[in-house]
Design a binder for this molecule. Structure first.
Ligand code: NAG
Ligand code: NAG
Length: 494
């Protein structure tokens, strides 16, 4: 641990003592703490050592007004060159594992099934995993975190069913080359954002606006690609490698606006359209009944011959069902959900397929991200909903964190972690929810997609004006290090 970190630990003790009451019970021995990043957000080296172009490279270079300040991930945190330093930060934090993602176009520059593999890309991840291992930190590897090879987008991206084969090829390459030293795999990170923001709201690369149409095709291919990768692992690699494969989905927590049946149904429907869209498929083999029924009915009213929501065949349902070894959730925030009058039946959109009104309580603390209000109890309610809805599975919190506009004395971030973790612990100890991992987002300030470098989620600050991209611990890094070391959220625990 660095001296810097020791000093800030002492400071943070003073800060968090003043925070609102958090539980003084301790995390169980088996519980693991981690922290996360993603390839495009931190690596940089966008065109080095044979890496191909991906959709974020392409978007940032060809449409610079898409991202705040015209920023891009060309250099980002330069983790491609500074990974040893990153691992040293992880070691200072004392995390059990590091959740990071692989850049598809660094490993397979064109992305296409059967196209050449870039050995330098494989070697980079081998070196990172080796460095983690040498420092006693477990890798938790996300195969895809939004940086699709540009060539695959030119073939239509996720709405093209061929993507399943391209992803299967990629997954086999990474299991083959890295699987001996990886136990936890995630196929896709937040498919909701890939399909909804990428192909419906157009707020993420590739930036298409095809609400209620292309996004359903995107999800359909993505779910089949996930299932195929799972079966490849199961049949070809699990016998030797003995690892686990899952998919990481995200949702806002939708709190019913009232006890009325209509509001309860609205909240449940919103959860199913966000989280269930993907997870009901991998758990039960198909989309949630409420999505199938509503989209079928609305498509019919609109004069479509078949539903805008594609159908899985019976064989596909059997193939997709059960393709997950753990349940994962990326969770940040909460809204209230309220029943709504049925809107114009002719409107083709995801929002009118869902048909739920949402609102927030203005007193909830606003972070630097417009979509992120601080609502710690929402996480506890969400964990309870997951446990109940999916039959008490083992649950990993794979992302949780908060943004600000910068500064090393991030006491609001400390309060955030203290209160959200307190709710995780209450879900475990008081509600019997089987949460076994918690992953903070993020290790360091990084490229926050369309918000560029303006919104900061890191426990380490990065100076993006300095070519050396120096990292500096914030107060929250010391707080998290102390939580991990003591398994306790306050200064004295039971
Ligand atoms: C949590 O899930 C793991 C993995 O399935 C299992 O081994 C453990 O017994 C479960 N714990 C509880 C408290 O249910
Ligand atoms: C923990 O909290 C409980 C009730 O909130 C309190 O009675 C107890 O004294 C606390 N324990 C410590 C070690 O602070």
């Amino acid at each position: 641990m660095s001296n810097n970190l020791l000093v800030t630990i002492l400071l943070s003790v003073l800060v968090y003592r003043e925070a609102t009451a958090a539980t003084n019970r301790t995390f169980p021995d088996y519980f693991k703490f981690g922290i996360a990043t993603a390839s495009y957000q931190v690596e940089g080296a966008w065109n080095e050592d044979g890496k191909g172009e991906n959709i974020w490279d392409h978007l940032c270079h060809t449409n610079p007004t898409f991202v705040d300040n015209g920023d891009n991930g060309d250099i980002a945190c330069d983790s491609y060159h500074k990974y040893k330093e990153d691992v040293a930060l992880l070691k200072d934090l004392g995390v059990d594992y590091y959740r990071f993602s692989l850049s598809w176009s660094r490993i397979i520059p064109l992305g296409l099934a059967g196209s050449p593999v870039n050995q330098a890309g494989i070697d980079y991840y081998k070196s990172l995993i080796q460095e983690l291992g040498d420092n006693g930190i477990e890798p938790m590897v996300t195969i895809f975190h939004w940086d699709l090879p540009e060539t695959l987008q030119e073939f239509g991206g996720f709405p093209n069913p061929e993507l399943e084969e391209h992803f299967a090829y990629y997954a086999r390459v990474v299991f083959e080359n890295l699987g001996d030293s990886v136990t936890y795999w995630t196929t896709f990170n937040e498919p909701l954002q890939t399909c909804h923001q990428g192909y419906s709201t157009g707020t993420m690369a590739p930036g298409y606006k095809s609400s209620g149409l292309a996004e359903y095709k995107c999800a359909h291919t993505l779910i089949k690609a996930h299932a195929k990768a799972y079966h490849i692992y199961d049949e070809e690699f699990r016998p030797q490698q003995q690892g686990y494969v899952g998919i990481v989905a995200d949702t806002t927590w939708f709190e019913p606006a009232s006890d009325s049946d209509a509001d309860q149904e609205a909240a449940e429907r919103a959860l199913q359209f966000n989280y269930g869209w993907y997870i009901n498929a991998v758990v039960n083999g198909n989309y949630p009944a409420v999505m199938i029924e509503r989209i079928d009915e609305r498509s019919k009213q609109q004069g479509f011959e078949t539903s805008r929501l594609p159908k899985f065949t019976e064989e596909e349902i059997e193939y997709i069902k059960g393709t997950h070894d753990y349940l994962a959730i990326n969770a940040y925030t909460t809204v209230y959900a309220q029943a709504k009058e049925e809107t114009d039946p002719t409107v083709v959109s995801y929002e009118s397929d869902l048909n739920v009104d949402t609102f927030i309580d203005e007193s909830w603390e606003q972070s630097a991200s417009s979509w992120l209000r601080v609502v710690p109890w929402g996480l506890r309610n969400l964990l309870n909903w997951l446990s109940k809805t999916y039959n008490h599975p083992e649950i990993f919190v794979t992302e949780n964190g908060v943004s600000d506009l910068g500064g090393l004395d991030d006491d609001r971030r400390i309060n955030f972690y203290q209160e959200y973790l307190s709710n995780v612990l209450e879900a475990i100890l008081d509600d019997g929810v089987n949460v076994t991992r918690y992953t903070a987002w993020s290790l360091m300030d990084n490229f926050e997609w369309a918000r560029g470098y303006t919104e900061k989620f890191g426990m380490y600050s990065v100076n993006f004006d300095n070519p050396g991209r120096p990292r500096t611990p914030k107060a929250s890094a010391s707080y998290y290090a102390q939580v991990i070391a003591s398994r306790c959220l306050v200064d004295t625990c039971e």
